[in-house]
Design a binder for this molecule. Structure first.
Ligand SMILES: [Zn+2]
Length: 359
């Protein structure tokens, strides 16, 4: 018997074992009264198993994840042996249409879950998506990028105290895992509270589909599906793994123009120069230094800063772990994904050695 929760029926479409269906979910109406729908790809394995969703562009300008999901839909780089995979390339379709993070009623969709049937425009859309997709999933992966004018080395964020979520998040195979609960109203926090163990990936920049990020996200999603037995094979292990709940933004102390000395994914030692703050003629004002041993999680892409502007986001591993991480990175081949990613993310940022301490 088919019931509402039967994974064989999605948005009125019947999906039989082994089938893949492109369907859509009507979320709202436009100002001119036209239907506002999002496309969804539902892939059912031949055998029963967990239901997993992968979502992107909940922030409408963060389209690296859209690129990753499109890659999975077009290339289908694995065979789904069991369970159901639901792919949503763009959740915040109204923000996406305007190249913006927000919805037209100036709300942040990722602070508006699980939503309300009789709420605001945003709240009604999140409510529908949550009811129709998230509440039917046991696991979820939500793909994000850094906010505008910043970039992130790929990192997973997940509540690692959650026993169901922690092994799923580790399976993704990211070198960097930041353990934290999502903010109130985020898709991740709301999904976890409703029994859908969800992690997020933060990788790259807004308004771009970056090849390394697409590869990293696709590999991580495949790894997670492997860990649930939905795809054959074992998850690929990362070169190293930092699980931390301690991160810090190093902020500019002066207004001025930055000369960067580090790039996303780099290892930094306590006291090491991160950036030299200069005036517009290049006269040095001060050097920003790392407060502790850490790894560069993210950084600004705009070199002109005002006092207090965020410059570099650092993740701090446990004491003494950095040496081992450095050795693991030294052994990586230059064509490994980790090293290509470091090169790609830094490629449009001018990185120089500090004047007085060439390294
Ligand atoms: Zn985001």
């Amino acid at each position: 018997m088919t019931t509402e929760s039967d994974p064989a029926t999605w948005f009125g479409e019947t999906v039989r074992p082994g089938e893949r269906v492109i369907t859509s979910l009507r979320l709202s109406e436009s100002y001119s009264g036209a239907d506002v729908s999002i496309p969804l790809f539902v892939w059912r394995g031949r055998r029963d198993g967990p239901t997993v969703c992968v979502t992107a562009a909940v922030h409408g300008d963060e389209i690296n994840g859209t690129g990753a999901i499109r890659h999975l839909i077009r290339e289908q780089p694995f065979e789904l042996t069991r369970g159901t995979l639901v792919l949503a390339p763009v959740v915040n379709i109204l923000g996406f249409e305007r190249h913006t993070r927000y919805t037209p009623d100036r709300r942040d969709m990722n602070r508006s879950f699980p939503g309300a049937r009789e709420g605001s425009l945003t709240s009604r859309m999140t409510w529908l998506f949550f009811k129709q997709v998230i509440e039917r999933c046991e696991y979820g992966i939500d793909l994000h990028t850094a906010a505008v004018r910043r970039t992130n080395f790929p990192n997973v964020r997940a509540d690692m105290t959650d026993e169901k979520l922690a092994p799923f998040a580790r399976a993704f195979g990211a070198e960097l895992i930041v353990s934290c609960q999502g903010p109130k109203g985020s898709l991740r926090a709301s999904a976890c509270a409703a029994g859908c163990a969800m992690l997020i990936l933060e990788a790259g920049e807004v308004w771009k589909v970056e090849p390394g990020v697409v590869e990293y996200a696709a590999r991580g999603i495949t790894n997670c599906l492997r860990s649930l037995g939905m795809v054959k094979g074992k998850p690929v292990e990362p070169a190293y793994r930092i699980e931390t709940d301690t991160t810090k933004w190093v902020r500019a102390s002066n207004g001025g123009f930055l000369e960067f000395h580090i790039a996303p994914g780099d290892i930094v030692r306590k006291g090491e120069p991160i950036a030299t703050n200069t005036d517009l003629t290049g006269e040095e004002q001060n050097i920003l230094r790392s407060p502790r041993d850490g790894v560069v999680l993210g950084m600004t892409t705009i070199p002109s800063v005002a006092p207090g502007d965020p410059v570099c986001h650092l993740a701090f591993p446990r004491k003494g772990a950095l040496k081992k991480i450095g050795l693991a990175v030294d052994e990586l081949r230059s064509d490994s994904l980790h090293e290509r990613m470091r090169g790609d993310l830094a490629s449009n940022i001018m990185v120089t050695s500090p004047d007085d301490e060439a390294s």
